[in-house]
Design a protein around this ligand. Sequence first.
Ligand code: GLA
Length: 729
Amino acid sequence: MMLRFLCCLLLLSRFVPAGAQAIPPPIAIETEHVSLVLTVGTNQKLYQTYLGPKLTAADRQSLPQPGPFDAYMPAPGEAYVPAGTDNLFEPAIGMVHADGNPSLALVFAEVQTSQTGDDLITTTVHLRDPAYPVDVRLHFAAYQKEDVIKTWMEITHREKKPVVLTNYASAMLRLHAPHYWLTQLHGDWASEAKEVEGELTSGLKVIDSKLGGTRAGWYQTPSFFLALDKPATETSGEVLAGTLAWTGSFRLAFEVDNLNTLRVLPGLNPFASAYTLPANQPFVTPEFIFTYSPAGKGPASRNLHRWARRYGVLDGTAPRPTLLNNWETTLTAFTESRLDSLMGDAARLGAQIFLLDDGWFGNKYPRNNDKVGLGDWQPDRAKLPHGLGHLVQTATKAGIKFGIWVEPEMVNPKSELYEKHPDWVLRLPNRPEDYSRNQLVLDLTNPKVQDFVFQVVDEQLSQGVAYVKWDCNRMMTSAYSPYLGRDQSHLYIDYVRGLYKVFDRMRSKYPHVPMMLCSGGGARADYGGLKYFTDFWASDNTDAFERVFIQWGFLNFFPSNTLASHVTNWNRQHTLKFRTDVALMGKLGYDLDVSKLSVDELTFSRQAVQNYKRLTPVLAQGDVFRLRSPYEGNQVALLYVDEAQRHAVALSYNLHTRFHEPVLPVRFQGLNPAQRYLVREINLMPGQKDTLPAHDHTYSGDYLMKVGVLLSDPDATQLTSHVLEVLAE
Ligand code: GLA
């Protein structure tokens, strides 16, 4: 088996010697349902001749050949356009050669294809500059069953002196449609992942982050849907969904040209980041992950989710433990005995992990608020006289595991770390320090700082800590790296590379410890980080009403089991049931004082935790169908269906219907029409009666999908919710 997956390597290589004019056949990068076709023109340049639903080999031959080759050439256009020669619009790549020539030209050199197992086909297209020793490799990994293509670029040169890279998109895709509708997620602290859709007009639209390597997704996220011709719905319309796997400054550029052709250019943000590249050192871009759906946004999301669980997220198919966090209960004010008792509460709740948040460290400057102590990762002896070992032991005795919060990339000026290593801090010479949340960023381009950050985490994990919340609470501003010296324009890129080196080390020593990526809420939601992490914190805003929108937004691009969603007391006006049912959209967790729950509330919560565990194949591993959007009305509904289509869970949230607002049946999706299903309501408070007419009824999948059932309460006077389990008979 191993042999099959690791060694089943079919290597096909088509090599065209420099100067020869032979034209190779079209290069097809394909999955089960998608084709991207690249064609070499008679001028030896590479063109994109198709992107869309899969074509037969015969039909690929009928695609129009590139040409004529002049500046006003109609589509198809060059596949990866270099800057400085005949390019008229946004380029994919730009460089200044060692001799000062600010142009690049790229011609086809060779293509290689290899297959690993039955799911992955990798294609590398090698381009070269005919006049300079520069090589560009376009890599494509096509995941057959998931219909996902991952693409990235690699550039190397053999010039006598370094070259300067000015543009370096991970990919360039071209689309041809009368209209383009772009959906993006934007936001701010506590209001992440707001969905907005708009038509692209002639010219350039850029979604980007210039925040450096920390908290880069604060305002914009590197994920999008692009609908062709008209806005797509969940079930109709042609959609390209894409996301950039990068935890730093990014740039998604969309340019509609004079012929209404669209160039899509995702990649690192070149802003303040001209990159000096010495000879023979590959510059590798982040991966851009995309899928194409002919039937709306829903299938595009599900393709990404399936791909992510299998390939994109750490241990994406493993169960996710439920945790109890202490942040909203205690903030930084706790004692050892208080934590001991909270761990008992976690066990009574049925959680598997207790997560100790901020405030456990610092001795010269105890971390009793966010002004001091960051960087001094020794347990506070006053609060925790017996150290972390004691807490790990208490957890073990209680039958749970112990997890911890760290923010190892950061430092408060009031800390021993800052006093000892002022040269480890990013800050401008001759200017005042620029604080955000009273803190500064450490210089992760410096290998010594990488060692330090690794050791912070290693130290905790080696003591038996079994879960880590890795936080990152500020962006990079007024940043200057003492380590990089004259190469300051490398900072944003090299910071993230330094961070990934730490993550690599961490994962080679602790491959499976579950970890949450957090950034002042949800500002680090990207597949660059999720490769190393099991989940991410979607927002510090845990008001369940707001969370419906935030989680809805992130579910467009990330699978439910990556979305840490906690039941809290942020807004007690919402019933515990509503707050719990909303947390079921993602990975269920808790951050409230369990000892203050009433007997009924505790019984209900224990049952909810058990239900979440029992329903893991559906809620955490199943396909998500977004049935009714909170952006379109007050009656929100989602359906999660397991792979075998035998088990499903419907979640519905009534976001306060208006007086006499019509409540209509919701049609399900994704079930087996021929299968009969028993529908029953679960997650009811003790004594609460099921109110939905569908409860305890049996329906065919066909009926549920064509007629549907009521999921909302008419004239509800407060926010209400329902969880329906749908079981094949
Ligand atoms: C950030 C996180 C919160 C919490 C605090 C602790 O704001 O997003 O969840 O961990 O830091 O200081």
